[in-house]
Design a protein around this ligand. Structure first.
Ligand SMILES: [Zn+2]
Length: 180
């Protein structure tokens, strides 16, 4: 599993939680300030930019009509994904009925798919609305779906030390996308 994976550039999106990780290739994008504009216009916004990429490069799991599903580049747990409207909208209250329904439907489907692929035992689901609430990219709303397992707090450092996360992210996307 060693070797040429770095040639495949993944251009995902996510928010740092301030925790240390050993996944150096993925941290580099954050260190360089990519994917986290301070004043996200639509041109700079990663959630607007990602859908133009191919699924593998953007870590896109599924494309819906009004919203899409993408892996978080800084996952709290393997399979941590986000449901985002295509439209550059910050406030959940400003979504159309159709957008809100599709975000809800994709969130439900994501739970089903993650359970079938990985046997997740629980989930944390939600949105951070506004920078004050912890949204790293506040200008474009996104719903987090974080699978949880008993003992998952011990699982992540083990993954980090093996340095296989870039491959794992690709595998995770392949698994979820194929099962969608
Ligand atoms: Zn946007």
């Amino acid at each position: 599993m060693e070797g040429s994976g770095a040639e495949h550039r993944q251009d995902g999106v996510g928010e740092s939680d301030g925790l240390e990780r050993l996944w150096t290739p993925h941290r580099m994008a954050y260190i360089k300030g990519e994917s986290k504009p301070d004043d996200a216009t639509e041109q700079q916004c990663p959630f607007c930019r990602i859908p133009a990429l191919d699924d593998e490069a953007g870590l896109i799991v599924h494309r819906g009509e009004l919203a899409y599903v993408v892996l978080n580049l800084y996952p709290y747990a393997p399979g941590h994904l986000m449901v985002c409207p295509y439209r550059h909208v910050a406030d959940y209250a400003d979504t159309t009925v159709e957008e809100a329904v599709e975000i809800a439907d994709l969130t439900k489907k994501a739970m089903t798919v993650i359970r079938s692929v990985s046997g997740a035992q629980g989930f944390n689901i939600g949105m951070n609305q506004g920078a004050i609430a912890g949204a790293g990219i506040a200008a474009h709303l996104h719903q987090h779906v974080v699978p949880r397992w008993a003992g998952d707090q011990n699982f992540m450092p083990i993954i980090g030390r093996t340095k296989v996360l870039p491959q794992l992210m690709t595998d995770t996307r392949d698994l979820l996308s194929a099962s969608w």
